[in-house]
Structure formats: C-alpha cells, structure tokens
Design a protein around this ligand. Sequence first.
Ligand code: TXA
Ligand code: MG
Length: 348
Amino acid sequence: MPLKRYETKLLPVNEQSLRLAEALLRGGELVGLPTETVYGLGADALNEQAVPKIYAAKGRPQDNPLIVHIYESGQLQDLAARVPDRAQRLIERFWPGPLTLILPKHDRVPDCVTAGLPTVAVRCPSHEGARALLRSGVVIAAPSANLSGRPSPTTAQHVWHDLAGRIPLILDGGPCQVGLESTVVDVSRDRAVLLRPGGVTREMLQEALGEEVALGKGVMEPLAETDKPLSPGLKHTHYKPKARVLLFLGEGQALRAGLSAAFDRAAAEGQSPVLLCQDGLAKDLAPRASLSLGTDEQQMAARLFAALREADELGHDLVLLQGVSQQGVGLAVMNRALRAAGFEVRRC
Ligand code: TXA
Ligand code: MG
C-alpha cells in the first residue's frame, strides 16, 4: 500500500487542537500525541481500518503488538477478558502513570492491535494532554511515534522529524517527563513478569505486590535466534541512532580511562566520537566532545533518547555511552542503552 502524504500540522494542546485530534481519530486517521513517557502515534484502537496505518507510517514489523491507552480503569471491561488480582493492585497503586499491563484479551479488541496474541497491553497515561484527548472516550492504540528502530521521541519536534508528511497532526505537549517508555508487566499468568523496565521500577512493583517480579528472558541480554520471546518487541532492533553506539561499564578511574582511550583512538582514526555521560564524567574528560545526560539515573532516563538523536544531528559517527547500575530506574536506562548499542559492551 503506497503511503498517503499529508500536510502535517504541529499544534499546541488546546481545546481546538484536541477537537481536531478527536475528529481525526474518529475518522480513522493517526495523531501524534504527548504522554509522560514518550510521544505516541495514536489510532482508534477499535477501528480495524485505522490501526494498520500505524504500522505503515512507522515501518513497524506486523508481529509487534500495540499498547491501548485508556482514560480510566473502568474501560478495561471492554478490553480485558478479566482483570487478575495482581493487576488490580498495580492499577490502584500506579495508574494513571507509566505502567502497561499485559492482560487476557477481550474479543472486542481487534487482532491487528495485539498482533494475534491472546493478550492485550493496556495503559492509563498521566500526561494532561493525553488525558484530555482520552477523556472523549476514544481508546487509543499507540506505539512510540518514531520510525521503527529509531530512538523514541521525547519532544514533538522529534515526532515531526520522523513522521512529518506521514500523519495529519502532531499535538505538542512539551518535553516528556519520564523520557523512556512505560514499564511493561505481564500479569496474565500465575506470576508477574517484567517485560520492559521503565519509570515504575521493578522494586516499586515488588513492593506493591509483596512478591518477586521475574525479569523476562531477553530483557537484559540478547535473545538467541531460537528463543521465543515473551514480548514480540524483545526481538526487534530498537533505539538505534545512525551512529555506532558502544556501552561502557565500570566505575571511577577505570571507566574514565576506558572512555578517554576509546575516544582518543577513534578521533585519531578520523572518526567523530562523542561521549554521552553524566556531567561529572564529562567534566573530567573535557575538552572531548560530550552530550550531557544530567547528574543521576532519573535525568539520564529523561535525556537519553534526545541525546542519541542529537549525536546524529551533530554528525557524530560513534557514541561512547556511560553505563550505570541496574538499581531503580537504572534498569530501564540500561535496557535502552544495551539495545541502542546492539549489546556492544566494553567492560573497564
Ligand atoms: O510509554 C509507552 O509505553 C509508549 C507510549 C506512547 O505510551 N508506547 C510504547 O509503545 O512504547 P511501543 O509499541 O513502542 O512498545 C510496546 C511494547 C512492545 O515491546 C510490544 O512488544 C509490547 O509492548 N507488547 C504489546 N502488546 C503486548 C502483548 N500482548 N504481550 C507482550 N508484549 C506486548
Ligand atoms: Mg517503540
């Protein structure tokens, strides 16, 4: 199917743009919308003509299912066959917010949303712009609003960069606060399994449930060709800028030495390297080119995707990325960092 071309509008979230967005969604068109995690590319989740347009606009593999966004948990009645106790506890604690639940699917949900799986991913975002649109009652299937494989968009400008001409409207709700996609937890089985770490951390989930939350196979290590992933997204390439990314693990002087040696070697070979690291490390390694990931893991989460895109825009062909501990939101940062690097890791 050839892609339809649009004169894309980029509008701030207000009453008028929300009305336009709702009309487009109800008419089977796509809308770029802000959430607290990353920008989404939304379609009416119950419209089987509209949902395939998401895959076409992003160039997304057909076997990777979408997350359905809702305004309030009461809407689960029409989306999930049942809501297990574990899910209920997590909903009470973390919705609205950056948490997606995998639930047994209701017959009403079209197969094109779930890529034929018997489960459906649902989330209730907290961003005011997203909520204002969802308040109309339309349920929105939305992946991140990037071209497939690229870093997820954390500003409306990122969405414009990837999708201008491919969709009719992008709502600008400012930079995303969390900056990494939602935590995905499978609560459709007899134990909770974390399929994608995010702003709601594994520790927070375990505390809310009072039990261990398993880490899905392939979440923090590459899957083998023969592995069947629990979440289809685990086997696809993600978050890749054009530049090659190398992820550096280590601490203190060893990490500084590893990064500076790699930077200097690449520069001597005529490459254009850039460091992506926290401010303290960047200062120690100055005047080498760097992009700031802030001062802690929370700020790293919020800045990582934007920094990967910026490295491309500045023409760098090698990104040397600082790894962090996998505690708290560090697990989500490292999950994205490992994928951005295609699991190319240097231990210092
Ligand atoms: O924060 C977010 O979750 C953003 C914003 C827009 O809400 N959305 C997002 O969507 O990140 P996407 O499509 O980029 O990621 C959805 C992930 C994929 O890894 C997909 O494989 C997984 O959720 N997923 C969706 N439905 C699933 C299911 N039924 N079972 C297992 N994994 C599922
Ligand atoms: Mg995505």
